[in-house]
Design a protein around this ligand. Sequence first.
Ligand code: GLU
Length: 507
Amino acid sequence: MTTGKIRVRFAPSPTGLLHVGNARTALYNWLFARRAGGVFVLRIEDTDLERSEARYESQLIEDLRWLGLDWDEGPEGPNVTEKGAYGPYRQSERLKIYAGLTEQLLAEDKAYRCFCTPEELAAEHQLAIKQHGPQVYSGRCRRLSPETVEKNLAAGMPFAVRLKIGMEPLRFRDIVRGAVEFAPEAVSDPILVRSAKEGEPGMPVYNYVVTIDDALMKITHVVRGDDHISNTPRQVAIYKAFGWPVPEFAHLSTILGADRERLSKRHGATSIATFREMGYLPEALVNYLGLLGWGAEDGKTEIFTLAELTRAFTLERVTPSPAIFDFEKLNWLNRHYIKLASHERLTALARDYFGGMLPAKDAARDDVEAWFARLVRLFAPSVDHLDQLPAKTSFVFGFDHEAARARAENAEVLAADSARTVLTELANRVRSHSAWVTPEVFKAWLNDIKAATGVNGKELFHPVRIALTGMQSGPDFDKLLPLIEDGAALGLPVTSVQSRVEQFVGV
Ligand code: GLU
């Protein structure tokens, strides 16, 4: 058991956009640290120099902040300095630390130089397959005499550095999975530092640097994706070689799509940046990720703010079985949080989706923005995510009446004699009206038409709705008509009620 302060870390590689799986890892680490009053560290694992990019690091910092997560130590942040307590926090800035420790392991004879060429290793591998033996390194260079090593070094032969694996099983405690044990043969002598060309330093590998950093940064619990379980015995062996305490682990299950395949772009959005662009609210994503592999103690509560999750979250309740990403459930939560969000916030978020329909933001007019706020207020409660608003509200601006007329369900309504009568009556009234159509005027018209034609209920309302909106259902006319008329009066590309009826009835 760990005594003292809990210290956890999130250690992303800046090689792409932050994926929901990694965001969940970050969240669970953060929740665990915050609940325990511990420390949450952000460490950038950028030793893969070819694939790491600074823009991904900035993006992932932005995404974590957007989700509402903060960190106590890391490469940057309001409360952290580049030095931090155990910095630097970018692995590319820690190469000297790794090199010093490699010298130490070699000097203590816990690691050795391996001069095997890629061709020799490939041949060894092929032979193992042919003989149905274990496909692990034979340990050939472990047995080289000091003289041979000296000679090879003097000849400038490239070498990797390998760890000498002992005979004991490699054990660790996993809070999600219980005790885990690997046989040492399954691991063989892992490479710590890759072989380099002459004159260049060899690059230390992930398993090596992650262990060094976790140990030097005094990480007490390693919470990460279960794709790292098979790496863990190598890391345990490295802790042992240095005589460092082995932390506890919690490996979070893989996230799958509905078809039980690993979640990928094929299933829909997977990066936090994309969900954000689609108009998901961060509190909805945080709530959803919180439930993705963890459940409340009462077995039923599903709505959690970040603060509520912090109070409720324990690693013991994280499930080892794969988590299925359910877009419908995320949408349900997003609708919930959209209904709770302030109108100002929703309006500001939605504004970006209406670039083509409204004046550019830098040429914004207060009257137009106020009108837009009414539009958002009326329609936001009916969307799953805010980027659906332009499509959802497009009929407010105008619609293709030919297409609306042709749609099977509309054609059926419009074919009735009563529908034709109602729309002719409506057109007559519209024609003799020279002002904007208010809900009161409109209501009076419908009452008149009802009295004059004897048509009422669905037969009256559906054709009228189709003529005005292209659809049989939608928001209340009391709210919708003023929105349409005010939009047209403001000079926006909004078709007025009068023009709608005229176009539709073909006056
Ligand atoms: N950089 C590794 C990754 O993104 C970190 C793994 C770990 O947490 O140990 O998968």
